[in-house]
Design a protein around this ligand. Structure first.
Ligand code: AMP
Length: 215
């Protein structure tokens, strides 16, 4: 099952991915998580990506496509994958299509999580994440079982540097201008589906599962 979760920052892609990993036994590939790990380790990739990430701009298509080419070739992607935060531009979507064609694969379903901007700012500024496993929580709407600790791996939860009001506003603008055009791109390919991302987490999960299990 090769799928992508599409949606603005804070729409719940990471949260829903965690459920899908468990249910279908396929990996989540989050370019944001890969980049954050690189920044933390201070690798060449991390040094290149850091500034863009801090301002909420996008890292170049060339860098992102390079990362994804290697990642999709790894053994754990053989039975499928959940793309989270990639592609984010039409050029990335075209690059992905070319890569998957060459591997004899295709993106089967793109599921968009629809949430309004006013809601997103609140979600992002109250978000706490785990830099070790990508787990994502909210101080009010999706509290971890133990304060400040990740439910999935037991590591510490932190606030992302780019989850402040100013950067969030910029990220939402970037989403509208550069990523939202993917909706028409995937509609044209007949693989686009949309769910209401403002419902309860379990209910959104049920909506996504029912789309995935449709023939
Ligand atoms: P995310 O965790 O998906 O919100 O991503 C955090 C930041 O990483 C974004 O604001 C971008 O700076 C960068 N980033 C993540 N994924 C991509 C991508 N597919 N293309 C370009 N930049 C990305």
């Amino acid at each position: 099952m090769n799928i992508m979760l599409l949606g603005a920052p804070g729409a719940g892609k990471g949260t829903q991915s965690k459920y899908l990993i468990e249910k279908y036994g396929i990996p989540q590939i989050s370019t944001g998580d890969i980049l954050r790990a690189a920044v933390k380790e201070g690798t060449e990739l991390g040094i290149k990506a850091k500034e863009c990430m801090e301002t909420g701009a996008l890292v170049s298509d060339e860098i992102i496509l390079g990362i994804m080419k290697d990642r999709l070739a790894e053994a754990d992607c053989q039975n499928g994958f959940i793309l989270d935060g990639f592609p984010r531009t039409i050029a990335q979507a075209e690059g992905l299509e070319t890569m998957l064609n060459a591997m004899g694969k295709k993106l089967e379903k793109v599921i968009a999580l629809a949430v309004e901007d006013s809601n997103l700012i609140d979600r992002l500024t109250g978000r706490r994440v785990c830099l070790a496993c990508g787990g994502s929580f909210h101080m009010v709407y999706n509290k971890p079982k133990k304060d400040g600790i990740c439910d999935y791996c037991g590591k510490e939860l932190v606030q992302r540097k780019d989850d402040n009001v100013e950067t969030v506003t910029n990220r939402l603008e970037v989403y509208k201008n550069q990523t939202a055009p993917l909706i028409d791109f995937y509609k044209a390919r007949g693989v686009y589906f949309e769910v209401d991302g403002t419902k309860e987490i379990d209910s959104i999960n049920a909506d996504i599962t029912s789309i995935l299990e449709r023939k």
